[in-house]
Design a protein around this ligand. Structure first.
Ligand code: GLT
Ligand code: MN
Ligand code: MN
Length: 388
């Protein structure tokens, strides 16, 4: 039993835009003051995080001069050196500026696509300077409200062309980036291209260097699509493509809430932690969420502490789950193996023939109860703290 206080060894990270979120929404002005990047780094270090992630413009304003940029970057580097925090992931803001209102890499305007490449290369330079090894692409504006423009097929080709270019750029500079595509079904566009983890996994093999590309699934985004986050990350893990992860929470059928990890769907969070821990995922555990708009700065740090604490508590619950004899017995009873049938299930013409002629007691197969109600109730009771 621990006191659930995180340390750098837990690999928790936060985007500058997460704890730095000022509480603006489409209907209301900011409710909090902006926090400087060095201040965020020092606060997160105190709380036990291991690193920060950033968009170019979380750190450097889009219209900063070269001298301003260098000063901002050196102030951040000083805070990183002082605290030991790292910058494992970087990304580009390709959604905030009006130039990107109809897409960046998928804009129908060649000039916008070229500008998006320029902005991303500069941002990759910044990330590399700060030591980032993962580069995320969240295509927030890569989508449409109307399909009358007729670019559905072109948009995918333009996206591919840009990603191929940027992978070559990374290699030519020796940056060693691995790229992670972050899917989202909608918001801020009505329909965003590559809307789910499955879509991104289908797109990656069409790139020139698919080995450099994986996914950055976000709990809220799969939930917005009505899908299960644990199922999505299981598929990414199975494909060897879970390069990064955005942990948060979300009510289904809502706008992108980016809630504190585990705040809403505790069972989904539990099975997420179980998958990450059991499969030995070794990347950063990034919280892409923010404090509620109601909160002041104290609420921001309560939010950050809460994300990490909940992860550690759930990690402890995962260990309890595996060590629980009744749960282990129920899990064993759930699976039925048969060595003869396992052998027959390896294809050969003879096995196929034998299997076709095999007699099965179909009615008996339909009668067996797998015990999932009891197993799920044990899981719930474990999460509620009344087991063991
Ligand atoms: C934006 C979005 C997130 C993405 C970030 C990376 S920016 O806040 O809502 O899900 O991960 O670009
Ligand atoms: Mn989100
Ligand atoms: Mn995200």
């Amino acid at each position: 039993m621990t006191n659930f206080t995180p340390t750098a060894a837990d690999r928790f990270t936060f985007g500058l835009w997460t704890v730095g979120n000022v509480g603006r929404d489409p209907f209301g002005e900011p409710t909090r003051q902006p926090l400087s990047a060095p201040y965020i780094v020092r606060k997160l270090a105190e709380l036990g995080a291991s690193g920060i992630n950033l968009h170019d413009n979380d750190l450097v304003p889009i219209d900063a001069t070269a001298a301003e940029r260098d000063k901002i970057v050196s102030d951040l580097k000083a805070a990183l050196a002082e605290t030991g925090l790292k910058v494992p992931m970087a990304t580009t803001n390709l959604f905030g500026d009006p130039a990107f209102k109809d897409g960046a890499f998928t804009s129908a305007d060649r000039r916008v696509r070229a500008y998006a490449l320029q902005k991303t290369m500069r941002s990759m330079d910044l990330g590399a300077e700060l030591g980032a090894k993962t580069y995320v692409f969240w295509g927030g504006r890569e989508g449409t409200e109307v399909d009358a423009g007729g670019k559905l097929m072109d948009a995918l080709a333009w996206f591919r062309e840009s990603l191929n270019f940027l992978a070559e750029y990374s290699e030519s500079q020796g940056y060693g980036y691995r790229f992670a595509l972050e899917p989202k079904p909608n918001e801020p566009r009505a329909d965003i291209f590559l809307p789910t983890v499955g879509s991104a996994l289908g797109f990656i093999p069409t790139l020139d260097k698919p080995e450099l590309f994986g996914v950055n699934p976000e709990f809220a985004h799969e939930t917005m699509a009505g899908l299960s986050f644990p199922h999505a990350i299981a598929q990414a893990l199975d494909a060897g493509k879970l390069f990064h992860i955005d942990l948060n929470d979300q009510k289904m059928g809502r706008f992108d809430q980016d809630l504190r990890f585990g705040a809403e769907n505790i069972k989904g969070a539990f099975f997420t932690v179980m998958l990450l821990e059991d499969t030995g995922y070794s990347g950063p555990l990034h919280f892409d969420a923010h404090a509620l708009r109601t909160e002041d700065e104290a609420g921001v740090w309560a939010f950050a502490r809460g994300c990490m604490r909940t992860y550690l508590i759930l990690k402890d619950k995962v260990a309890q789950f595996h060590a629980d004899p009744e749960i282990t017995a129920a899990l064993e009873a759930y699976r039925v193996e048969d060595t003869e049938l396992a052998a027959l299930s390896k294809f050969s013409p003879e096995n196929a023939e034998a299997l076709k002629n095999r007699e099965f007691d179909r009615e008996a197969l339909g009668v067996r109860g797998p015990g999932l109600e009891a197993l799920d109730q044990m899981t719930i009771e474990l999460l509620m703290g009344v087991r063991g």
